[in-house]
Design a protein around this ligand. Sequence first.
Ligand code: C2E
Ligand code: MG
Ligand code: MG
Length: 636
Amino acid sequence: MLFSYRSAVRIGLVYLLVSIVWIQLSQQLLTNIFDEPMELIHWQVVRGYVWVSLSAVVIFLLCARFARVSLVQQPLQDSRDRLRQAAAVFDCTREGVLVTDVQGLIVHVNRAFIEITGYRREDVLGCRPSLFKSGRHSASFYLKMFECLERSDEWSGEIWNRRKSGEIYPQWQTIRVIKDDQGQVTHYVAVFSDISAIKHSEHELSHLAHHDPLTNLPNRLLFTDRAEQALASAQIHKRGCALLLLDLDHFKIVNDSLGHNVGDQLLKVVGERLQGLFGRGVTLARLGGDEFAVLAESCPQVVQAAAMAQQIIDSMKEPFVFDGHQLFISASIGISLFPSDALSAEQLLRNADSALFKAKSTGRESYALYTEELTAHAQNRIEIANELRRALDQQELRVYYQPVHDLQTSRLVGLEALVRWQHPERGLVPPAEFIPIAERTGLIADIDAWVMDQACRQMCRWLAEGKGLAFLAVNISSRLFARQELYGQVARVLHDTGLDPAKLELEVTESAVMDDPESALEQLHRLRELGISLAIDDFGTGYSSLLRLKRLPVQKLKIDQGFVAGLPWDEDDAAIARMVIALAQSMGMQVHAEGIEQEEQARFLLEHQCDLGQGYWFGRPMPAAEIDWNGAPPIR
Ligand code: C2E
Ligand code: MG
Ligand code: MG
């Protein structure tokens, strides 16, 4: 308990006050009640005061002595407590603590120090902290540390030290200089924590941020970074580099037909195979989806880049085997070179992408080199995209119609609506030049809706004129087909134009249907509910699953003109045409051949029971007013 001088004075004063009151009261009492003589009373009062004063002094002295004892003992008690507390903290803290004397010899370490470093107390006492040096830091690092200690009595920072096991690990360390009252250094205290776990998670985070989690290959971020570094070094050493952009052909089909799990596995093994192809100086990355990029840091000539691309394509020929699956997949590659094609990584990637686009469009499983022309093409595409918007507004689009004949009777039974662009300067632009651009920019929805509306109105007019047409076919872009609003759009056109739904046929391409078979199935069923009929266009160019084909509510297959071109002499084309006809018949569908340019082709198809024919031999696509209603001559 704390007992101070102030308490002693307070007790003495209280005693004095109480006694004076008591003396005063007893004086009153003696005068009033007992009627004592005044001299006697006076004498007693004086005696009382003397007595009270003396005893107050004694009480004060006694209290003061007691206070002094307690005041002297208190600091001793306090410092003992504090030492105990400090010792507890010293031992219990999770930070390692090391104390050296002024000579730098270790005089104390705590329990955490032992746990972190693996050293026992007796191993280190009397030694210098240089015992733990990792060798990772230069002499100037330690020099700066001591300079800082001298200047500000404290240093903190990250330092790599070595455990007893030899393992090097990072610490966050604070060193403080301890001085006595005279300002003389007596000790150094170092407090540190092991930050290897933090470092590890930092490293993991950085790895995650820079790598693709599926293949563990560098991602786009790291790839671009490495590419920039490689280009900078190539610039200095006057070296050429090559960037190859690789895209797997029809990967979506694998995902859709076998599931994303198998798709992921395939990407993984493709990544592994590609990695096995290249050694040092080549960076492989997965940029996303089924797109990989390869950067060759030293590639002086085009031929080397082309050879690399061919090596990749050839490596894909072996099947990929995993989880009981055996899969074949090919790749298309776009190549762009430094410094001839571009000077920055970003531009190289863009150019390689243009080249990849070319490789894909000229047939898959091939590579293409970037050229200036490709940029011109890309610019042209941008120009067309801008102009297309205007074309729609200013009604520059036209609908042409191509006759479809019954092969048995040669009668004109239907028409296919095909869009054209009457460009003010370019003339009549075919759809192949603007439909892909319209698909990319999203304008295709407006174009297809406009064509459908125009064609249905025209069909109503023809029917009203008594033309015996069984159907009018309209093409639907795969982009539009994937969208839910198609149903509403068709219903609206039928309602607005009043066309009998049975007379309208929608043509969707095989790839549009097979890219997302489940949603296609649902979409086609809904469209069928409107009473219209459905045809699969360009059949044979995609990857149809027969099982899925059987489930589709489709009434017609259109053999792609690519297979009609070689008829009747090309054996492969003939076999395919026969097979598609047999397939359609077995499924209760009509078969329609397009691209018939010669009578022999028409005859072959007729002989093999193909139902309908369309092509230049019967008539070219033309404006509504120019259609020849007299029909075609019979096939001989
Ligand atoms: P498609 O639907 O397969 O149309 C048949 C294409 O073959 C038409 O080309 C037609 O002119 C052409 N063709 C017809 N007979 C012959 C022939 O005997 N020989 C040759 N070599 N070609 C013949 P077009 O009009 O250039 O259309 C190309 C493609 O553009 C169409 O292929 C279709 O996929 C698409 N397309 C056309 N109009 C539209 C449209 O309004 N909307 C959408 N989304 N696509 C359209
Ligand atoms: Mg078509
Ligand atoms: Mg077609």
